[in-house]
Design a protein around this ligand. Sequence first.
Ligand code: SF4
Length: 242
Amino acid sequence: MNLPRSRYPATVREVAAALAARYADFDHYNLTEPLDELLFIICSTKTAESSYRVTFDKLKEAFPTPRDLAEASAEYIAKPIAAGGLSGKKSKSIRALLDAITARFGAPTLEPLRNMSDRDAEAFLTALPNVGKKVARCVLMYALGRQVFPVDTHCWRVARRLGWVRRTQKGGHCAPRDADRLQARIPPELRFSLHVNLISLGREICTARKPNCAACPIDLWCPRIGANTRAARRAAISPNGD
Ligand code: SF4
């Protein structure tokens, strides 16, 4: 459910603007065709960006059409993606996904999602094997242009540090209800921008082990920065206290 515009926290808009100024909504090479985007995300699981972009290209080279891929065994699918690691697991996932999609739509395609509501498309995707809210919302956002907010590891970490959301699950992982609560705090028109830019920030500056707060473009809004530091920075930006 989306709130009236005035009900979203002002700080979310300010952080979004500061991040957009720094990272310019770089899309991390995600794709606009929904099945390709789903396969791209599977290739990216626990894999460095430089490696998963290459393995996805190799997968597409080996199986140029979705039907080529749908007719291949997991063993053959594993070969072109081997360099990215976990190829046995990823190839079985791809095989299971293509079977489930073909069983529902009669062909290896996610194009019918374009005619579904956000809710129905997300329900379809999350019913697929090994597809959770994050992956489903990436497909919806990147490939279908829907105003949803996928919560990946970087978005989750930075949002918690900013105090936008609290974990409700032991171990600190993002539970599905946490993902919904965080999405509900973010104005729909800022969800794409914040998602891609929080990933950039999480990779470059707000890293898991050693955040470089001194270089952070959103430190003014972060509770981790002391009040005195914040006041000094605000004064430096606006010496008259404006
Ligand atoms: S100030 Fe530090 S902890 Fe806060 S968002 Fe920036 S890098 Fe992360």
